[in-house]
Design a binder for this molecule. Structure first.
Ligand code: G3P
Length: 272
């Protein structure tokens, strides 16, 4: 499974690429806002265009997803093409992120705009990451439209399941793959018992039909959730910097290091 960094913060991007542990980057408007706010708080004046180009250069050879902000098919296609034209020449690694459906709650008549945009961009040979996926059938529809990646948001499904069942949780929590049995019909889970289950069902459906679109498990909350997505067969997991570091950490590794360091004989130290 490939590890992507879900961040637009240059310092974080530099760190994971310098360590050679990152296989791609995903950004979205909220993550870009975080990076812009951080830049402003440091009094930095670099333009956002140059900032994104620096990220693309660091990530050269691996995909970087940039998300559109337009809200209907025509606008998303136009913006996707503009973003691609402006940024892809930097390192030839831009993927355009398109929501599976750009509707707001209560809006009607735009159900298919996401897939229309995906098809148009793919016709122009622009790689697409389809985002905001919350059901396996949305993932299937995006794959049928030609998306290169689909991004099921596992963590946000867990947030919803916990909220519906009144379980207290914080940002680092997730539902284990098996979910929690919910007897109250009102709190229906739509047949998806956890975020990992959403990823697993998507992987299974793609396997059933030999679909080549890669499953990019997104909205990861912790290392164990990444592991469960790997067990489910996800091609990629995108995670924040904290989860990235958590993957490499274990208390017993630290305890072992302390003991090995204490035990090292002076004779050995002289050898090296
Ligand atoms: O990749 C999607 C991700 O950025 C959403 O994560 O933590 O806002 O649910 P989160």
């Amino acid at each position: 499974m490939k590890f992507f960094l879900d961040s637009a913060i240059l310092g974080e991007i530099e760190t994971v690429y310098a360590a050679g542990v990152c296989d791609g980057i995903t950004m979205n408007p909220s993550l870009v806002k975080k990076a812009v706010d951080e830049m402003k708080s440091r009094g930095e004046k670099a333009s956002l265009e140059n900032y994104i180009k620096r990220a693309l250069t660091i990530a050269k050879g691996t995909p970087v997803s940039l998300e559109v902000t337009e809200l209907e098919a025509k606008g998303m296609v136009k913006q996707g093409k503009t973003l691609y034209k402006k940024f892809n020449p930097t390192a030839k690694n831009v993927y355009i992120k398109i929501p599976v459906n750009p509707q707001f709650e209560g809006e009607k008549g735009k159900e298919f705009d996401g897939v229309i945009a995906i098809k148009e961009l793919r016709k122009a040979k622009i790689p697409v990451n389809c985002t905001l996926i919350f059901t396996p059938e949305q993932a299937l529809a995006a794959a049928k439209a030609g998306a290169n990646f689909v991004s099921p948001f596992a963590g946000r499904i867990d947030d919803l399941l916990r909220k519906n069942s009144g379980v207290e949780f914080d940002k680092t929590d997730y539902f284990p793959a098996g979910g929690i049995v919910e007897e109250d019909e009102q709190k229906s889970d739509n047949g998806i018992v956890s975020g990992v289950d959403l990823v697993a069902q998507t992987v299974q459906i793609f396997r059933n039909y030999g679909i080549k679109t890669e499953v990019l498990a997104a909205s990861m909350r912790n290392a164990r959730q990444v592991r469960e997505c790997a067990l489910a067969g996800a091609d990629i997991a995108t995670m924040d910097f904290g989860t990235f570091k958590e993957i490499f950490s274990h208390k017993l590794t630290m305890d072992g290091m302390k003991k090995f360091t204490q035990d090292t004989p002076e004779e050995f130290k002289k050898l090296v």
